[in-house]
Design a protein. Structure first.
Length: 317
């Protein structure tokens, strides 16, 4: 089979043997996968990564211990916890200190013709959800996680900074949840996607100061945290979504003086994401900029790195 390999800033296609399926694991054939900002950060050296990346995917189960999975379309949660530690016993397997993470830490990713995942990590894709929508399940789940971490009264006005893939998804998810969203970005073509979903969107030229009780930072840039803190009202809450390779300098004075709450937010549960996608309440497929065959992954990564690009899909064929 072929698989994508990244190392020291290079993207290559390599031939590798099929993965060996262990007990209670499924062998999955890739249908389509999405390149996200984390994959681009890994290419730049995040986690000192080398290997096969990829964690946003739709696949078909080829082999499994559970016969009900075979032949079905699936998406998969990316964290593989130990299942035995104190965090796992509390239901916080996403924070298990011994976990591996698909395509990020200790587990080859989904940018491969075939890969394996525990059956417990898999979720069936509803028949009504096309592949181009289902491939967004993981980032939609990450957007939904905000609603579980932060209790905002319905109808709250929320600022979202960043009009990239995740910022647009966060804005749409919070909008569907009944909040009034003000999205700040730097690209008119991306802001137009938000406006089409009924979201107030404006160019991020000079952000307002102390204007919002709730701010979500999804810029993917080091200066995003400073901007988010500046926008938050005293005793406001800033939700951090960006993961960056470089260290981010933080002026803690306004955080302390204004008593700002900072909330880190990462992965989320797949169930609410699949429910939204099945209901068609958000349509992330409008964010697809290009589809590229898996064998042309180097070109796909170059496209994904362009500022004007949104989601680039790798199709296995």
């Amino acid at each position: 089979m072929i698989a994508v390999h990244i190392e020291r800033g290079r993207v290559e296609i390599r031939r590798k043997p099929w993965p060996r399926r262990r007990r209670r694991e499924a062998l999955v054939r890739l249908i389509t996968a999405g390149i996200c900002n984390t994959d681009l950060e890994l290419l730049e050296g995040y986690y000192n990564f080398s290997g096969t990346p990829g964690h946003e995917f739709v696949g078909e189960v080829v082999e499994a211990d559970d016969p009900a999975l075979v032949g079905r379309r699936v998406v998969g949660e990316i964290n593989l916890p130990c299942g035995r530690c104190a965090w796992c016993r509390r239901g916080l397997g996403r924070h298990c200190p011994r976990r591996t993470v698909l395509g990020i830490a200790g587990r080859p990713g989904a940018f491969s013709e075939y890969f394996t995942l525990p059956e417990a990590n898999l979720h069936l894709v509803p028949d009504a959800v096309p592949n181009d929508r289902a491939v967004f399940t993981e980032p939609v789940a990450a957007a939904c996680e905000i609603l579980e971490q932060v209790r905002m009264p319905k109808g709250s006005t929320v600022a979202v900074i960043g009009d990239g893939k995740l910022g647009l998804l966060v804005a749409q998810v919070l909008n569907v949840a009944g909040h009034k969203i003000h999205l700040f970005g730097k690209h008119e073509n991306k802001l137009a996607i938000a406006r089409a979903a009924g979201i107030t969107a404006r160019l991020r030229q000079a952000v307002p100061t102390s204007a919002y009780q709730w701010v979500v930072e999804a810029t993917g840039r080091a200066e995003g945290l400073e901007e988010a803190v500046r926008m938050a009202q005293p005793r406001g809450t800033v939700v951090l979504k960006s993961t960056l390779h470089e260290k981010v300098p933080v002026d803690t004075a306004p955080v302390v003086v204004n008593e700002i709450t900072l909330v880190g937010s990462r992965c989320g549960r797949f169930e609410p994401a699949l429910r939204l996608l099945r209901q068609g309440r958000i349509r992330p497929e409008t964010m697809i900029s290009a589809r590229v065959p898996l064998r042309d992954a180097p070109r796909a990564f170059r496209l994904a790195a362009r500022r004007e690009s949104l989601k680039i899909l790798l199709d296995a064929g």
